[in-house]
Design a binder for this molecule. Structure first.
Ligand code: FES
Length: 275
């Protein structure tokens, strides 16, 4: 049962897969049907029989009461998004992807109006060593979709995540650490699958005018493999109680984000991060 509706599933399917097959949208950043599941962004966390769990890693089962499109879930996801935005350097108006970005589309979907927290402004030099692609690490959200796609779809293993907590970052698997010293190709799925603007094809940018861009035409909840609107539930449909930023930080965030925020807040639970 998802938001009060019976959803069919087959044995072994996750809640995310069953929901997607049924045309129901659960927000997600690190999940993609073409690669293995990672379960790190926590955007897809739902409430299953009263407990929080990632829908992309939890198998669907009979008797589950899953709450997804509620004020509580939307509020928590919005806080997670705000933390992702301050962790990197996301200057959307000047980004060459020009709105073709799952992170930005999800922020619109969930009604995020500001980053809310103080920006970290990390120093992340770009990699312009490849003849066809520039790596703009400032936009990386460490979803590892490119890591998995390179390994599982391209058969190359070009990318990896290194470091922990605040030091966690995307790296290139070459002796020099430069993309130009790998067999990466501009047509690799690793580039195509990136939900943000890390992979920039040289000579391309701002290709689709405002008003005609993918998410101008339809919100992410109505895009392929995502058809169900999850914007803040109105009171009549709200199935959960609101929680605040401190609850979310304390409960269930991207591991790197949680560690980072707690370090910055110098508070073991992160409970004083919100303002
Ligand atoms: Fe499920 Fe990222 S989409 S944890």
């Amino acid at each position: 049962m998802l938001d009060g509706e019976q959803i069919p599933f087959t044995a072994g399917q996750t809640i995310m897969e069953a929901a997607t097959d049924a045309g129901k949208f659960i927000p997600h950043l690190c999940w993609h049907p073409d690669v293995s599941t990672h379960g790190s962004c926590r955007m897809c966390v739902v409430k299953i029989n009263g407990r929080f769990s990632a829908s992309c890693t939890t198998q669907a089962a009979t008797g589950q009461v899953v709450r997804n499109n509620t004020h509580e879930m939307t509020s928590g996801r919005r806080t997670s998004l705000q933390l992702l935005f301050i962790e990197g350097n996301h200057f959307c108006p000047s980004c060459e992807r020009s709105g073709n970005c799952v992170l930005q589309a999800t922020a619109y979907e969930l009604g995020m109006l500001s980053p809310h927290f103080d920006h970290f402004f990390p120093d992340r030099p770009i990699d312009a060593s490849h003849p066809d692609v520039i790596l703009e690490f400032n936009r990386c959200i460490q979803c590892e979709l490119c890591v998995r796609a390179s390994r599982e779809l391209d058969g190359k293993d070009v990318f990896a995540l290194a470091g922990r907590g605040m030091d966690s970052h995307l790296i290139v698997n070459s002796e020099s650490g430069k993309l130009g010293d790998t067999d990466f190709d501009v047509t690799d799925r690793a580039a195509d699958i990136c939900p943000v603007g890390v992979f920039l094809t040289r000579g391309q940018g701002f290709t689709v005018p405002i008003g005609s861009r993918k998410y101008d035409l339809a919100p992410i909840s109505e895009q392929p493999f995502a058809h169900h609107r999850t914007a803040m539930a109105d009171d009549a449909n709200d199935l959960g109680d609101p929680i605040d930023a401190a609850d979310v930080v304390g409960i269930d965030l991207h591991p790197a984000t949680s560690a980072t925020v707690r370090e910055r807040a110098n508070h073991p639970s992160g409970a004083e991060v919100g303002r």
